[in-house]
Design a protein. Structure first.
Ligand SMILES: *Cc1c(COP(=O)(O)O)cnc(C)c1O
Length: 487
């Protein structure tokens, strides 16, 4: 399987690249992204066969269908990392919460958020490719709190890789910060920035674009890369669990083969939702992918009205920070799939220059064949967390809670809602929602655990007594210097 570019080819880069090329060098022509040239299709036989198989078997066979240039042994090793999840046999439990509402829990990996689903196997493959090529990479990551811990965890002590992770000092939860600053791999550097997530992200983009920085690195024999969610090496692992969720409902006789379901996805950069879209296109009987947002509701506007409009918008900080995003990068891959490279390039250029683009009514209708969307305010999120914890005995984090409004609107099919983080990562918001009081993470964790009889995983408990390894907090201007000192 070869990969092509969402904004067309500039005549300098190759017209098509292999999977390993696309993940090591993810920047395509004109600022575009790599996408598979075609998607494999799954027939009834594939679903019937995998009704009895494990998550890893499903994943392996699915990846084989993509025919990527990664050999079987390496794929298998990468998938074996799912053995580190709470239940190695079933890394993604699907829990029935109400009539017609099934929550697929994507947070049972080492850092308790859904980023592990892709970053665990992806990190292993990237490091193995780098080693094989005899190349050394510096991976830059900027995080609002979930990507950082998952990136550090996957690359910790891996050969041929160093990681520099930037986070906004004071801008994450205690649990998220401790997950980063207590990581002890020798190849990891965690840097707090005096600023917010946007500052961290801007610093990262500037470094990735800086020829001077690249030159300095190349003198040290180091190449620069990023493990952000536009890398197709992450997306490919995010197709699997949507198919797994469908199979789970089949296994439990909630549906028979061919009956449709909805997926409800708490969305930020649209990687998770894109995986669902690809799963549908490959033949999984999914009616719609329902896009849940918080008060940063650009995706709701796009899918309801066909307008991506940032002209009078600024980022709103919410209790679901991983979804506080205005430029949702992976939407571009859907635009490409539906409207082609020339139109995608035009739309993305409009967004860059005018902060705005608008789909035609035919284009909007095409988008709405696969998607619907709605957004939820922080107040509604808090009320949902409280209602579900106390009345339905299901504890959810603020990101997961944004899915419920769409479940209520779309009861025509069984709904699989994705839980993207464990409540333990956002305990202060959850306690605030349930008891209306403020506390820091450690106190909030204990209060909720006691009141609702839910366990706190050891990995979270231990954080509060682990030694702090990374205490660097710097001004934005000092980031580059700090990274070079580490190298
Ligand atoms: C990253 C993240 C999201 C958003 O996922 P995308 O694939 O970027 O849309 C939602 N919830 C949580 C908890 C996350 O960490």
């Amino acid at each position: 399987m070869q990969f092509i570019e969402t904004r067309g080819n500039d005549g300098v880069k190759p017209k098509e690249v292999s999977f390993s090329e696309a993940i090591l060098n993810p920047a395509a022509s004109y600022g575009g992204l790599y996408v598979p040239k075609s998607l494999p299709s799954l027939d009834e036989e594939f679903f019937k066969k995998h009704q009895a198989s494990s998550y890893k078997e499903l994943a392996f066979d699915l990846l084989k269908k993509f025919d990527i240039d990664i050999e079987d042994d390496l794929l298998q090793e990468a998938l074996d990392l799912y053995d580190r999840f709470d239940d190695p046999k079933n890394p993604v439990p699907v829990v029935q919460v109400r009539d017609g509402l099934y929550v697929a829990e994507l947070y049972h990996g080492p850092t308790r958020a859904f980023k592990d689903m892709a970053l665990q196997p992806f990190g292993h493959i990237l490091s193995a490719l780098a080693k094989r090529r005899g190349e050394n990479y510096l991976i830059l990551a900027a995080t609002s709190g979930d990507t950082g811990p998952a990136t550090l965890e996957t690359f910790k002590n891996k050969p041929n890789i160093k990681v520099a992770c930037l986070y906004p000092a004071g801008g994450t939860s205690d649990v998220q910060r401790l997950q980063m600053v207590t990581e002890d791999g020798k190849n990891l550097k965690v840097i707090g920035i005096k600023g917010d997530f946007d500052d961290a992200q801007t610093a990262l983009k500037n470094l990735l674009a800086s020829e001077r920085f690249k030159e300095t690195l190349s003198q040290k024999g180091i190449k620069l890369s990023a493990a952000n969610s536009v890398n197709f090496g992450r997306i490919i692992f995010q197709i699997i669990y949507h198919i797994h969720a469908y199979l789970e409902l089949l296994r439990r006789d909630v549906i028979t083969f061919g009956q449709k379901i909805h997926l409800i996805v708490p969305s930020g950069n649209f990687g998770n939702a894109l995986g669902g879209y690809y799963a549908k296109k490959m033949g999984t009987p999914i009616d719609k992918i329902l896009i849940a947002s918080n008060a940063n509701n650009v995706l709701t506007e796009l899918i309801q009205n066909g307008r991506y409009d940032l002209r009078n918008k600024s980022l709103i900080k919410t209790t679901s920070p991983a979804m506080d995003i205005l430029k949702s990068s992976n939407v571009e891959r859907v635009l490409f799939d539906k409207f082609g490279a020339a139109r995608t390039k035009e739309l993305m250029e409009d967004l860059a220059t005018k902060n705005y683009y608008e789909l035609t009514s035919e284009e909007l209708a095409a988008l709405r064949e696969d998607f619907d969307a709605d957004f939820t305010t922080d107040e509604e999120v808090a009320a949902t967390i409280k209602e579900y914890a106390l009345e339905h005995r299901y504890l959810m984090d603020p990101h997961t809670a944004t899915t419920i409004k769409l479940y209520k609107k779309h009861k025509e099919y069984p709904c699989v809602a994705y839980s993207t983080a464990e409540w333990t990562k956002f305990a202060p918001s959850v306690l605030q929602a349930i008891e209306g009081r403020t506390a820091r993470d450690q106190e909030a964790l204990e209060a909720i655990s006691k009141r609702l009889g839910v366990a706190i995983p050891d990995r979270i408990k231990e954080l509060f007594s682990k030694p702090i390894i990374h205490d660097t907090v710097v001004e934005k201007e000092k980031i580059e210097e700090e990274i070079l000192r580490f190298l």
